[in-house]
Design a binder for this molecule. Sequence first.
Ligand SMILES: [Ca+2]
Ligand SMILES: [Ca+2]
Ligand SMILES: [Ca+2]
Ligand SMILES: [Ca+2]
Length: 311
Amino acid sequence: MVLTSGLQSSSGTPLAAGHAWRFRAQTGQGPTAFTSAQHATGCSAGWDLKFGDLDNDGDIDAVAIDNGQSYLLFNDGSGAFSATALSATNYGSYRCALADLDSDGDLDIIVVSSPMATTSGQWSGQNVIYRNDGSGNFVSTVNFGTGSDYSIDVDTGDLDNDGDVDFVVTNGGVSDIPNDIYLNDGSGNFTRRGFLYIASSTAEIADNSWAVRLADIDNDGDLDVFIGNFGFGPVQSWYYLNDGNANFYYTSRVDLGAAAIAVSMAAADFNGDGHVDIAIGHLGQPSASPPTYNRVSLYLNNGSGASDRRM
Ligand SMILES: [Ca+2]
Ligand SMILES: [Ca+2]
Ligand SMILES: [Ca+2]
Ligand SMILES: [Ca+2]
């Protein structure tokens, strides 16, 4: 949730800047069956799919990534979606995030990409921010990163507790590359910060990372970071605790213990004990030593760290 005006403190003092909050809603038991399987026209499959009201007309729209190309899927109000390309260029995109990056009350889009040679041409791997004009038009774009970060995933949240939306990008689809934090100046202009430093050093640790999710792991009021790593052979994934100012030092890097490729993640309080847990989707390598298999691991947070429990 983002509020940009009319904010007051509990004592009635006006607050100058807009603020962003994230809530977790507790819900009852959901439906036990789903009906209807309506495909969006113009977009055949999805590498990623994120939902939000892009054109501020009260219904939920979506952004899809399909075979490196990004698409807007606008809802006609009845649940039918039609796809239009977000960009004329296929950047080799993997995943996206929706958030109000410039605090003007509409959802903007971050798309992260990796360069790749394909039969239909070279994908450049450029990462792009698309700014919303408020009506679902995304003609204002900002490139970010080096263009060859080999970025795979992105998640948004207020990492430095200054009321605006920041984001984390995982890099290294093919090799060990440091991940990136991008901090917002409040107007949607971002400064890159190296993700993880060895204490008392500015040397960044590089991982071959795929998945990222932000959540307050230690319940101290700031967003921490889960990172899922990819590799050939046993691979460990990590979580990183925030010092409150978006600093993540080596001493706060904690092993999740997952000796398997982690390609996707979801963070939620799965057992309802007030601590955020993590589910990791693994890509198996049966021929590796030791072998690993396709599976989902659930790591339950005991309040002081995550403990392994496999599904
Ligand atoms: Ca809409
Ligand atoms: Ca916006
Ligand atoms: Ca912030
Ligand atoms: Ca925290």
